[in-house]
Design a protein around this ligand. Structure first.
Ligand SMILES: O=C(N[C@@H](O)C(=O)O)c1ccccc1
Length: 331
């Protein structure tokens, strides 16, 4: 197979989007089957230090749900909004993914719930997991669930749970609990448990599930069917926090990741990374142009043609990166 040639380097496509998107905190990104970008954002709601009490209960229920459209489908070339939905449903959006039928699977950390939604604009909840506003750690309750990944072959659904739990749960396509691993499961094989499993990606060519184990600053990959541990990728360059990951089944398998700030401040520059899944080597890193900086890069997706989008929950923006020189405005 062809090897990534050396002059491959991702650079920001600074003239994307052509006109600004009205976004709140951008928490999640996904791609639909046409490689349109799906943005999950928080409108006028913000996750702040007073949003939750010590038991994980959301404190701002009285605000009511976000009235803006929290799910935007955006053209990857121009950045124009193709569809908008997700009004009056969510309090603190977090993760989003699409399944092979273009349904949305989303998590809301205030509701402590996971939803399967039709993408026909009616947002019809087809599956709901967890109990609204009730944190917990059994088979029917999550605590600030962070992300979802769907196996395109079996339709099985994986949930990373979450800020106040430390486990991955597996459900049937209809939402029946099947198993879980990490905290609370029988497997004691791996000493160090997750610390905020924050982002998931399914590797279709390997049938593995990789997890951004955020506060452990590492990526862990598992056999999706069994939860059996396969490998860990931990890099000095991450600086102790990995916020989100994505994957492209090309060039032998490429993992894309963004790092983040720890509660104790910045321990490494905020960047995106392109990592060779097999060798674990960092092939490229990237960040915004013109001394702009990432604020809180919070999710990342990569299109079939190698364009990368990063959603930032601090700058309320989505940035586009490409290695195709033709795409960068000639200065
Ligand atoms: O991590 C946090 N937020 C982000 O991940 C997010 O906004 O999803 C956070 C933690 C404590 C207090 C406030 C925010």
């Amino acid at each position: 197979e062809e090897v990534l040639d050396q002059e491959y380097h991702l650079e920001e496509v600074t003239d994307w989007p052509e006109s600004p998107l009205q976004l709140g905190q951008v928490s999640g990104l996904a791609l639909d089957s046409d490689d349109n970008l799906v943005i999950f954002h928080r409108g006028d709601h913000q996750w702040g230090v007073n949003s939750f009490d010590n038991s994980g209960k959301y404190q701002q229920q009285s605000l009511g749900p976000i009235q803006q459209s929290t799910i935007l489908v955006v053209d990857p070339v121009k950045g124009s909004v193709l569809k908008a939905s997700g009004r009056n449903m969510f309090y603190l959006p977090h993760g989003i993914t699409t399944d092979k039928d273009n349904n949305y699977w989303v998590t809301d950390v205030a509701l402590h719930q996971v939803f399967k939604l039709s993408s026909d604009g009616r947002d019809k909840p087809l599956v709901v997991l967890g109990e609204a506003f009730e944190p917990g750690s059994d088979k029917e309750h999550f605590c600030k669930p962070t992300d979802v990944a769907v196996d395109p072959v079996t339709g099985n659904v994986y949930v990373s749970d979450g800020y106040c739990n430390a486990r991955i749960l597996k459900f049937s396509p209809e939402g029946k609990y099947l198993s879980h691993w990490g905290a609370g499961s029988s497997d004691r094989r791996r000493r160090v448990q997750f610390r905020i499993p924050h982002s998931l990606v399914f590797l279709p060519d390997r049938r593995e599930l990789c997890v951004a184990d955020r506060e452990n600053g590492r990526i862990q990959c598992f056999v999706a069917e069994s939860g059996e541990f396969v490998k860990e990728i931990k890099k000095q360059e991450f600086g102790g926090e990995v916020f989100a990951i994505s994957y492209a089944p090309v060039h032998g398998g490429l993992i894309y990741a963004v790092n983040g700030e720890s509660a104790y401040g910045r321990s490494a520059p905020l960047k995106g990374f392109v990592i060779n899944y097999s060798t674990k080597e960092i092939l490229d890193d990237f960040s915004p142009e013109n001394a702009q900086e990432f604020g809180m890069p919070h999710d990342i997706v990569v299109t079939k043609d190698g364009r990368v989008f990063v959603g930032d929950a601090a700058t309320d923006s989505v940035l586009k990166f490409s290695s195709d020189k033709a795409e960068h405005r000639s200065v």
